[in-house]
Design a protein around this ligand. Structure first.
Ligand code: ADP
Ligand code: MG
Length: 364
Protein backbone atom coordinates (compact mmCIF):
# COMPACT_ATOMS: atom_id res chain seq x y z
CA UNK A 1 0.00 0.00 0.00
CA UNK A 2 0.94 3.63 -0.43
CA UNK A 3 1.17 5.13 3.05
CA UNK A 4 0.92 8.87 3.28
CA UNK A 5 -0.38 11.57 5.54
CA UNK A 6 -3.50 13.52 4.84
CA UNK A 7 -2.43 16.48 2.75
CA UNK A 8 -3.60 19.79 4.20
CA UNK A 9 -3.94 23.15 2.45
CA UNK A 10 -5.11 26.40 3.99
CA UNK A 11 -6.75 29.19 1.99
CA UNK A 12 -7.54 32.71 3.17
CA UNK A 13 -10.25 34.64 1.34
CA UNK A 14 -10.78 38.37 0.69
CA UNK A 15 -12.61 40.50 3.28
CA UNK A 16 -16.37 40.18 3.05
CA UNK A 17 -18.47 43.34 2.85
CA UNK A 18 -19.43 42.89 6.48
CA UNK A 19 -15.80 42.65 7.51
CA UNK A 20 -14.91 45.73 5.45
CA UNK A 21 -17.79 47.69 6.97
CA UNK A 22 -16.54 46.77 10.41
CA UNK A 23 -13.10 48.15 9.56
CA UNK A 24 -11.50 44.72 9.97
CA UNK A 25 -7.80 44.15 10.28
CA UNK A 26 -6.16 41.17 8.59
CA UNK A 27 -4.70 38.84 11.20
CA UNK A 28 -3.28 36.30 8.74
CA UNK A 29 0.02 36.32 6.94
CA UNK A 30 1.56 33.62 4.76
CA UNK A 31 5.07 32.83 3.75
CA UNK A 32 5.76 29.84 1.50
CA UNK A 33 3.79 27.06 3.21
CA UNK A 34 3.60 28.74 6.63
CA UNK A 35 0.52 30.53 7.90
CA UNK A 36 0.81 32.96 10.79
CA UNK A 37 -2.09 34.24 12.86
CA UNK A 38 -1.81 37.21 15.12
CA UNK A 39 -3.99 37.69 18.22
CA UNK A 40 -5.80 41.04 17.75
CA UNK A 41 -6.09 41.55 21.51
CA UNK A 42 -2.43 40.86 21.99
CA UNK A 43 -0.60 41.78 18.79
CA UNK A 44 2.77 40.46 19.91
CA UNK A 45 1.22 37.06 20.28
CA UNK A 46 1.52 35.08 17.03
CA UNK A 47 1.20 31.42 16.12
CA UNK A 48 2.61 29.82 13.03
CA UNK A 49 1.31 26.66 11.38
CA UNK A 50 2.95 24.77 8.57
CA UNK A 51 0.82 22.80 6.16
CA UNK A 52 1.51 21.24 2.79
CA UNK A 53 0.20 24.32 1.04
CA UNK A 54 -0.89 27.85 1.94
CA UNK A 55 -3.01 29.88 -0.46
CA UNK A 56 -3.17 33.62 -0.26
CA UNK A 57 -6.48 34.58 -1.82
CA UNK A 58 -6.91 37.70 0.29
CA UNK A 59 -5.51 40.46 -1.90
CA UNK A 60 -4.06 41.25 -5.27
CA UNK A 61 -6.95 40.30 -7.53
CA UNK A 62 -9.14 41.87 -10.17
CA UNK A 63 -11.95 40.61 -12.35
CA UNK A 64 -11.14 39.57 -15.91
CA UNK A 65 -13.61 40.04 -18.80
CA UNK A 66 -15.40 36.80 -17.90
CA UNK A 67 -15.86 37.88 -14.30
CA UNK A 68 -13.16 35.56 -12.99
CA UNK A 69 -10.87 36.70 -10.21
CA UNK A 70 -7.25 36.77 -11.37
CA UNK A 71 -4.12 38.16 -9.83
CA UNK A 72 -3.09 41.71 -10.69
CA UNK A 73 0.30 42.79 -11.92
CA UNK A 74 1.37 44.75 -8.88
CA UNK A 75 0.50 42.29 -6.13
CA UNK A 76 0.39 38.99 -7.94
CA UNK A 77 -0.04 36.82 -4.90
CA UNK A 78 -3.73 36.04 -5.35
CA UNK A 79 -4.22 32.29 -5.67
CA UNK A 80 -7.17 31.66 -7.97
CA UNK A 81 -9.31 28.62 -8.65
CA UNK A 82 -7.11 27.21 -11.43
CA UNK A 83 -4.07 27.20 -9.19
CA UNK A 84 -5.95 25.35 -6.45
CA UNK A 85 -7.22 22.85 -9.00
CA UNK A 86 -3.73 22.26 -10.40
CA UNK A 87 -2.25 21.57 -6.95
CA UNK A 88 -5.11 19.61 -5.38
CA UNK A 89 -7.70 18.61 -7.97
CA UNK A 90 -5.14 17.25 -10.40
CA UNK A 91 -3.77 15.05 -7.61
CA UNK A 92 -7.26 13.67 -7.00
CA UNK A 93 -7.53 12.83 -10.70
CA UNK A 94 -4.08 11.25 -10.84
CA UNK A 95 -4.98 9.04 -7.87
CA UNK A 96 -8.25 8.04 -9.51
CA UNK A 97 -6.53 7.08 -12.76
CA UNK A 98 -4.12 4.89 -10.83
CA UNK A 99 -7.06 3.16 -9.13
CA UNK A 100 -6.77 4.74 -5.69
CA UNK A 101 -9.73 6.11 -3.77
CA UNK A 102 -9.46 9.85 -3.21
CA UNK A 103 -11.17 12.25 -0.82
CA UNK A 104 -11.19 16.01 -0.71
CA UNK A 105 -12.73 17.73 2.32
CA UNK A 106 -13.34 21.42 2.91
CA UNK A 107 -13.40 22.49 6.56
CA UNK A 108 -13.99 25.90 8.11
CA UNK A 109 -16.52 28.22 9.67
CA UNK A 110 -19.56 29.42 7.71
CA UNK A 111 -18.53 32.07 5.20
CA UNK A 112 -14.87 31.08 5.19
CA UNK A 113 -14.86 29.96 1.55
CA UNK A 114 -15.48 26.19 1.61
CA UNK A 115 -18.12 26.16 -1.12
CA UNK A 116 -16.19 28.73 -3.13
CA UNK A 117 -13.18 26.43 -3.26
CA UNK A 118 -15.17 23.25 -3.82
CA UNK A 119 -18.01 24.36 -6.08
CA UNK A 120 -17.12 27.93 -6.98
CA UNK A 121 -19.14 30.94 -7.94
CA UNK A 122 -20.22 31.83 -11.48
CA UNK A 123 -17.29 31.78 -13.91
CA UNK A 124 -14.97 31.08 -10.99
CA UNK A 125 -15.64 27.37 -10.96
CA UNK A 126 -14.26 25.44 -8.02
CA UNK A 127 -12.38 22.17 -7.79
CA UNK A 128 -15.36 19.81 -8.21
CA UNK A 129 -16.58 21.07 -11.60
CA UNK A 130 -13.03 21.32 -12.93
CA UNK A 131 -12.20 17.79 -11.73
CA UNK A 132 -15.30 16.43 -13.47
CA UNK A 133 -14.58 18.31 -16.66
CA UNK A 134 -10.95 17.21 -16.74
CA UNK A 135 -11.94 13.62 -16.05
CA UNK A 136 -14.09 13.48 -19.17
CA UNK A 137 -11.48 15.35 -21.22
CA UNK A 138 -8.92 12.73 -20.28
CA UNK A 139 -11.33 9.87 -21.00
CA UNK A 140 -11.82 11.23 -24.52
CA UNK A 141 -8.08 11.19 -25.12
CA UNK A 142 -7.54 7.58 -24.08
CA UNK A 143 -6.72 4.59 -26.22
CA UNK A 144 -9.38 2.30 -27.61
CA UNK A 145 -8.69 -0.84 -25.61
CA UNK A 146 -10.28 0.54 -22.47
CA UNK A 147 -13.84 1.15 -21.34
CA UNK A 148 -14.97 3.60 -18.72
CA UNK A 149 -17.85 3.90 -16.32
CA UNK A 150 -18.53 7.02 -14.31
CA UNK A 151 -21.36 7.41 -11.83
CA UNK A 152 -22.29 10.47 -9.84
CA UNK A 153 -24.17 10.83 -6.56
CA UNK A 154 -24.85 13.77 -4.30
CA UNK A 155 -26.20 13.63 -0.77
CA UNK A 156 -26.72 15.88 2.19
CA UNK A 157 -26.35 14.96 5.84
CA UNK A 158 -28.63 17.01 7.98
CA UNK A 159 -29.58 16.14 11.55
CA UNK A 160 -27.96 12.72 11.11
CA UNK A 161 -30.35 12.08 8.21
CA UNK A 162 -29.14 11.31 4.73
CA UNK A 163 -31.01 13.13 1.96
CA UNK A 164 -30.49 12.14 -1.68
CA UNK A 165 -29.98 15.42 -3.54
CA UNK A 166 -30.62 13.78 -6.90
CA UNK A 167 -34.00 12.40 -5.96
CA UNK A 168 -37.15 14.50 -6.02
CA UNK A 169 -39.07 12.19 -3.73
CA UNK A 170 -37.96 12.82 -0.21
CA UNK A 171 -37.82 9.78 1.96
CA UNK A 172 -39.20 10.27 5.45
CA UNK A 173 -36.43 9.93 7.99
CA UNK A 174 -33.82 9.88 5.24
CA UNK A 175 -31.89 7.01 3.71
CA UNK A 176 -30.27 4.33 5.82
CA UNK A 177 -26.54 3.86 6.14
CA UNK A 178 -25.69 0.16 6.06
CA UNK A 179 -22.54 -1.84 6.37
CA UNK A 180 -21.20 -4.42 3.99
CA UNK A 181 -18.09 -6.55 4.49
CA UNK A 182 -16.73 -5.66 1.07
CA UNK A 183 -17.58 -2.03 0.55
CA UNK A 184 -17.82 -0.86 4.17
CA UNK A 185 -20.50 1.70 4.96
CA UNK A 186 -22.80 2.77 2.16
CA UNK A 187 -26.10 4.58 1.73
CA UNK A 188 -28.90 2.19 0.86
CA UNK A 189 -31.03 3.35 -2.06
CA UNK A 190 -28.89 6.34 -3.01
CA UNK A 191 -29.20 7.33 -6.66
CA UNK A 192 -25.99 6.63 -8.59
CA UNK A 193 -26.38 8.25 -11.97
CA UNK A 194 -24.26 6.89 -14.83
CA UNK A 195 -22.66 9.82 -16.67
CA UNK A 196 -20.87 10.13 -19.97
CA UNK A 197 -20.21 13.84 -20.21
CA UNK A 198 -19.28 16.79 -18.09
CA UNK A 199 -22.43 18.63 -19.21
CA UNK A 200 -24.49 15.89 -17.59
CA UNK A 201 -22.66 16.25 -14.28
CA UNK A 202 -23.07 20.00 -14.46
CA UNK A 203 -26.84 19.55 -14.75
CA UNK A 204 -26.92 17.04 -11.89
CA UNK A 205 -25.01 19.40 -9.63
CA UNK A 206 -27.37 22.21 -10.47
CA UNK A 207 -30.34 19.97 -9.75
CA UNK A 208 -28.82 18.80 -6.47
CA UNK A 209 -28.09 22.32 -5.35
CA UNK A 210 -31.68 23.30 -6.12
CA UNK A 211 -33.12 20.40 -4.13
CA UNK A 212 -30.82 21.29 -1.24
CA UNK A 213 -31.99 24.90 -1.23
CA UNK A 214 -35.66 23.94 -1.41
CA UNK A 215 -35.25 21.46 1.41
CA UNK A 216 -33.48 23.91 3.68
CA UNK A 217 -36.00 26.66 2.92
CA UNK A 218 -38.92 24.41 3.78
CA UNK A 219 -37.24 23.36 7.00
CA UNK A 220 -36.41 26.99 7.69
CA UNK A 221 -32.71 26.41 8.20
CA UNK A 222 -29.61 27.55 6.41
CA UNK A 223 -27.57 25.12 4.40
CA UNK A 224 -24.50 26.00 6.46
CA UNK A 225 -25.64 23.39 8.96
CA UNK A 226 -25.49 20.42 6.67
CA UNK A 227 -22.73 18.45 5.00
CA UNK A 228 -22.74 17.74 1.28
CA UNK A 229 -21.02 14.66 -0.08
CA UNK A 230 -20.51 14.23 -3.82
CA UNK A 231 -19.25 10.82 -4.87
CA UNK A 232 -17.85 9.87 -8.25
CA UNK A 233 -17.26 6.20 -8.94
CA UNK A 234 -14.74 5.77 -11.69
CA UNK A 235 -14.16 2.40 -13.33
CA UNK A 236 -11.60 1.58 -16.00
CA UNK A 237 -11.97 -1.72 -17.80
CA UNK A 238 -8.76 -2.85 -19.51
CA UNK A 239 -10.06 -5.03 -22.31
CA UNK A 240 -6.78 -6.78 -23.17
CA UNK A 241 -5.72 -7.66 -19.64
CA UNK A 242 -9.29 -8.31 -18.44
CA UNK A 243 -8.63 -6.17 -15.41
CA UNK A 244 -10.89 -3.55 -13.87
CA UNK A 245 -9.57 -0.66 -11.82
CA UNK A 246 -12.00 1.20 -9.65
CA UNK A 247 -11.74 4.44 -7.73
CA UNK A 248 -14.19 6.18 -5.43
CA UNK A 249 -13.77 9.95 -5.31
CA UNK A 250 -15.45 11.67 -2.37
CA UNK A 251 -15.79 15.45 -2.45
CA UNK A 252 -17.11 16.86 0.80
CA UNK A 253 -18.31 20.36 1.65
CA UNK A 254 -18.62 20.20 5.43
CA UNK A 255 -21.07 22.14 7.61
CA UNK A 256 -19.78 25.32 9.21
CA UNK A 257 -17.37 24.46 12.01
CA UNK A 258 -18.38 27.34 14.30
CA UNK A 259 -19.73 26.43 17.66
CA UNK A 260 -23.50 26.57 17.57
CA UNK A 261 -25.00 29.21 19.76
CA UNK A 262 -27.12 27.43 22.32
CA UNK A 263 -30.68 28.36 21.48
CA UNK A 264 -32.17 26.58 24.46
CA UNK A 265 -35.74 27.23 23.43
CA UNK A 266 -37.19 25.40 20.46
CA UNK A 267 -36.80 21.66 20.42
CA UNK A 268 -36.05 21.52 16.73
CA UNK A 269 -33.30 24.06 16.79
CA UNK A 270 -31.82 22.39 19.81
CA UNK A 271 -31.88 18.98 18.18
CA UNK A 272 -30.33 20.40 15.05
CA UNK A 273 -27.59 22.06 17.05
CA UNK A 274 -26.68 18.89 18.86
CA UNK A 275 -26.72 16.85 15.67
CA UNK A 276 -24.59 19.21 13.65
CA UNK A 277 -22.24 19.14 16.55
CA UNK A 278 -22.55 15.39 16.70
CA UNK A 279 -21.29 14.77 13.17
CA UNK A 280 -18.58 17.41 13.33
CA UNK A 281 -17.66 16.53 16.89
CA UNK A 282 -17.37 12.88 15.94
CA UNK A 283 -15.27 13.83 12.94
CA UNK A 284 -13.03 15.73 15.34
CA UNK A 285 -12.87 12.74 17.68
CA UNK A 286 -11.98 10.36 14.88
CA UNK A 287 -9.31 12.75 13.66
CA UNK A 288 -7.86 13.16 17.16
CA UNK A 289 -7.79 9.42 17.75
CA UNK A 290 -6.10 8.79 14.41
CA UNK A 291 -3.60 11.59 15.01
CA UNK A 292 -2.66 10.04 18.36
CA UNK A 293 -2.31 6.64 16.78
CA UNK A 294 -0.05 8.11 14.09
CA UNK A 295 2.39 9.42 16.70
CA UNK A 296 2.60 6.00 18.32
CA UNK A 297 0.06 6.30 21.13
CA UNK A 298 -2.05 3.32 21.95
CA UNK A 299 -5.60 3.91 20.74
CA UNK A 300 -8.10 1.16 21.38
CA UNK A 301 -11.03 2.42 19.42
CA UNK A 302 -11.69 4.83 16.55
CA UNK A 303 -15.31 5.99 16.89
CA UNK A 304 -16.29 5.80 13.22
CA UNK A 305 -19.70 4.34 14.06
CA UNK A 306 -20.83 7.26 16.13
CA UNK A 307 -22.11 9.49 13.33
CA UNK A 308 -23.28 9.27 9.74
CA UNK A 309 -20.46 11.48 8.50
CA UNK A 310 -17.69 9.43 10.08
CA UNK A 311 -19.24 6.20 8.81
CA UNK A 312 -19.24 7.52 5.25
CA UNK A 313 -15.73 8.92 5.59
CA UNK A 314 -14.27 5.84 7.24
CA UNK A 315 -12.02 4.89 4.33
CA UNK A 316 -11.01 8.53 3.83
CA UNK A 317 -9.73 8.79 7.40
CA UNK A 318 -6.98 6.37 8.21
CA UNK A 319 -8.06 3.90 5.55
CA UNK A 320 -7.90 3.11 1.88
CA UNK A 321 -7.83 6.60 0.39
CA UNK A 322 -5.58 9.46 -0.61
CA UNK A 323 -7.05 12.33 1.33
CA UNK A 324 -6.74 16.09 1.12
CA UNK A 325 -8.25 18.72 3.42
CA UNK A 326 -8.71 22.37 2.55
CA UNK A 327 -8.96 24.53 5.65
CA UNK A 328 -10.83 27.68 4.63
CA UNK A 329 -10.27 30.75 6.80
CA UNK A 330 -11.39 34.35 7.11
CA UNK A 331 -8.67 36.99 7.26
CA UNK A 332 -10.52 39.19 9.75
CA UNK A 333 -9.67 39.96 13.37
CA UNK A 334 -13.31 39.36 14.37
CA UNK A 335 -12.96 35.71 13.33
CA UNK A 336 -9.72 35.15 15.24
CA UNK A 337 -11.01 32.47 17.62
CA UNK A 338 -12.75 30.42 14.94
CA UNK A 339 -9.80 30.72 12.56
CA UNK A 340 -7.39 29.58 15.25
CA UNK A 341 -9.60 26.62 15.98
CA UNK A 342 -9.73 25.73 12.26
CA UNK A 343 -5.92 25.87 12.05
CA UNK A 344 -5.62 23.60 15.07
CA UNK A 345 -8.10 21.15 13.62
CA UNK A 346 -6.12 21.12 10.37
CA UNK A 347 -2.91 20.54 12.31
CA UNK A 348 -4.35 17.40 13.91
CA UNK A 349 -5.69 16.21 10.57
CA UNK A 350 -2.32 16.34 8.84
CA UNK A 351 -0.94 13.74 11.25
CA UNK A 352 -3.34 11.07 9.99
CA UNK A 353 -1.73 8.35 7.94
CA UNK A 354 -3.71 6.56 5.24
CA UNK A 355 -2.94 3.28 3.56
CA UNK A 356 -4.21 3.47 0.01
CA UNK A 357 -4.19 0.47 -2.28
CA UNK A 358 -4.90 0.28 -5.99
CA UNK A 359 -8.35 -1.25 -6.44
CA UNK A 360 -7.81 -3.70 -9.27
CA UNK A 361 -9.56 -6.97 -9.90
CA UNK A 362 -10.19 -9.36 -12.80
CA UNK A 363 -12.99 -8.06 -14.98
CA UNK A 364 -16.21 -9.90 -14.18
P1 ADP B 1 -18.71 28.77 3.10
O1 ADP B 1 -19.09 27.77 2.07
O2 ADP B 1 -17.49 28.38 3.86
O3 ADP B 1 -19.84 29.13 4.01
P2 ADP B 1 -18.49 30.55 0.83
O4 ADP B 1 -17.67 29.66 -0.03
O5 ADP B 1 -19.93 30.63 0.54
O6 ADP B 1 -18.29 30.13 2.36
O7 ADP B 1 -17.79 31.98 0.80
C1 ADP B 1 -18.35 33.13 1.40
C2 ADP B 1 -18.18 34.33 0.46
O8 ADP B 1 -16.81 34.63 0.26
C3 ADP B 1 -18.77 34.10 -0.91
O9 ADP B 1 -19.42 35.27 -1.34
C4 ADP B 1 -17.57 33.80 -1.78
O10 ADP B 1 -17.79 34.18 -3.13
C5 ADP B 1 -16.47 34.61 -1.13
N1 ADP B 1 -15.16 33.94 -1.26
C6 ADP B 1 -14.79 32.85 -0.57
N2 ADP B 1 -13.54 32.46 -0.88
C7 ADP B 1 -13.10 33.33 -1.82
C8 ADP B 1 -11.88 33.46 -2.56
N3 ADP B 1 -10.87 32.61 -2.39
N4 ADP B 1 -11.77 34.47 -3.45
C9 ADP B 1 -12.80 35.32 -3.63
N5 ADP B 1 -13.98 35.26 -2.96
C10 ADP B 1 -14.14 34.28 -2.07
MG1 MG C 1 -20.96 26.79 1.90
Amino acid sequence: PSIDSVKVAVRVRPFSQREKDAGSQCVISMNANSTTICDPKNPGHVKTFTFDLAYWSHSGFLKDEDGRLVSTGSDNRYAGQREIFCDLGQGVLDSAWQGYNATLLAYGQTGSGKSYSMIGCGADRGIIPIVCEELFKAIQNQEQNKQYQVTFSMLEIYNEQVIDLLSKTKKRGGLKVREDHQQGFYVDGLKQVPCDSYAQIERLMEQGTKIRTTASTSMNVTSSRSHVVITIQFKQIFLDEEITKQSVINLVDLAGSERQKSSGSEGDRLREGTHVNLSLTMLGNVISALAEMAVGKKVLHIPYRDSVLTKLLQSALGGNSKTIMIAAISPADMCYEETLSTLRYAERTKKIKNKAVINASPTE
